[in-house]
Write a protein that binds this ligand. Structure first.
Ligand SMILES: Cc1cc2nc3c(=O)[nH]c(=O)nc-3n(C[C@H](O)[C@H](O)[C@H](O)COP(=O)(O)OP(=O)(O)OC[C@H]3O[C@@H](n4cnc5c(N)ncnc54)[C@H](O)[C@@H]3O)c2cc1C
Length: 396
């Protein structure tokens, strides 16, 4: 951790200290309650709004803090150390604001970003459907032109913040004959009433029951004649029609850095819990931390956490410097999400039978960690992306 810490600017140190204190005082003590009730942590989110955490990367001219991806990733690591559901509430919002900043028209930015910077308006991001997740190019839900509007039909699946968001960046098929198929997809900005399960042309069914990652809702979105003005195609109709796949893939690259940060955060917390328990629990007359098998486990855990953090920071810094970071973001996401799961499992083993009890925090981490292997592309998909890009960069 020393190298990464040394590379922090004074501003980053101050922000991370503030977020860590918030996590230790407000998130960790309350996570168990919201997790077991599967309840949205409204008071925590209200405090995050006060701290400005919904506008971290949004430019100052729209009311945000205008910080870079590296600082954002450091913040996400800290939030995830507390509870990854909290970083889930911020993540799709961050992807939405990235899409607006990079591709949106000025009119779209002015309409949405000031309210997004304060967290008054929160964003969701929707590509997956009941029959597809990895194979984005196969999207079936459609947007069809009717006058100066597009009519949206079809089901979207697994939308994080699906109910409480006020704006959804949704990828829809706008050209059924496009070859290759991904050239017929468009990102539309669908506005809705936060918390309303019925909107004109858009129903939000009850939230999906999940293994972990509770508190933040995952829902289906059923579009049935939802009307979206043509000027709410991301980037405007002329620039954005049938350009949605490339826009979303660009956003997923920063999303992968974000998931990597979540992997580091949950692994860091598991390491802390493992270190603590190993010194408190006695077997055969001494703390289990003094058994070499446990020490080796802790050593491997700490080494993986450190390596994952460095990969995550490298990918973020490359992106901030305007350099190519596709391979690096894929590597960071792959390694950090697998590290999250492995380090959590090791800490769980260190806890013995108590790891299986809801009395101990590690039980929640054990249910939360697997999500990171799936969201923003599974480990298999990361390997495909890394492999393809590696070959493209090293053509013979
Ligand atoms: C809690 C949660 C929140 C989510 N939030 C969102 C969200 O906000 N927005 C959103 O759009 N989506 C979201 N998702 C969906 C997520 O992105 C998808 O689940 C993920 O992309 C995988 O898609 P899938 O579930 O359809 O699996 P599939 O694509 O059906 O894959 C099934 C298995 O096959 C493997 N596989 C697939 N293709 C290949 C291949 N070519 N080669 C080798 N192996 C392959 C996969 O790695 C996986 O192991 C969320 C999912 C979860 C669980």
């Amino acid at each position: 951790m020393a190298v990464a810490l040394d590379q922090r600017t004074d501003e980053q140190k101050a922000i991370i200290e503030m977020v860590r204190q918030f996590v230790d005082e407000q998130i960790i003590p309350q996570a168990e309650h919201y997790d077991s009730a599967d309840e949205f942590p409204e008071p925590i989110v209200a405090q995050m709004r006060e701290l400005g955490l919904f506008g971290v990367t949004i430019p100052e001219q729209y009311g945000g803090m205008e910080l870079d991806l590296t600082t954002y990733a450091m913040i996400v690591e800290e939030l995830s150390r507390g509870w990854i559901s909290i970083s889930g509430i911020v993540n799709t919002h961050f992807i939405g604001s990235y899409l607006l900043m990079k591709f949106g028209t000025e009119e779209q930015r002015e309409r949405l970003l000031p309210r997004m910077a304060t967290g008054e308006l929160r964003a969701a991001f929707s590509m997956s459907e009941p029959e597809l997740g990895s194979d984005v190019a196969a999207i079936k839900a459609s947007a069809t032109k009717d006058g100066d509007e597009y009519v949206l039909n079809g089901s979207k699946m697994w939308v994080t913040n699906g109910l409480l968001s006020g704006v959804v960046f949704v990828l829809m098929r706008t050209d059924r004959d496009a070859q290759p198929a991904h050239r017929g997809l468009t990102c539309l900005i669908a506005e809705k009433e936060p918390g309303a399960s019925e909107n004109p042309g858009l129903t939000v069914p009850p939230k999906i029951k999940k293994l972990g990652y509770k508190g933040v809702e995952s829902t289906e979105l059923v579009f049935d004649g939802y009307r979206c003005p043509a000027n709410m195609i991301l980037g405007g109709e002329q620039a954005g029609l049938n350009k949605g796949f490339a826009q979303m893939m660009d956003a997923l690259e920063v999303g992968r850095v974000n998931v990597a940060a979540r992997g580091v955060g949950i692994a860091q917390r598991a390491l802390e819990l493992g270190l603590k328990y190993a010194q408190e629990r006695y077997t055969f007359g001494k703390p289990i931390a003094e058994h070499q098998a446990i020490q080796f486990k802790l050593a491997d855990m700490a080494t993986k956490v450190e390596a994952a953090r460095l990969l995550m920071l490298k990918a973020a810094r490359l992106k901030d410097a305007g350099e190519r970071s596709d391979v690096e973001a894929g590597m960071a996401k792959l390694f950090a999400s697998e590290t999250g799961k492995e380090v959590v499992e090791d800490a769980f083993r260190i806890h013995g039978g108590y790891g299986y009890s809801k009395e101990y925090e590690i039980e929640r981490l054990y249910r939360d960690a697997p999500l990171l292997l799936i969201g923003e592309g599974t480990s298999e998909i990361q390997r495909m992306v890394i492999g393809r890009k590696l070959i493209a960069r090293n053509k013979v």
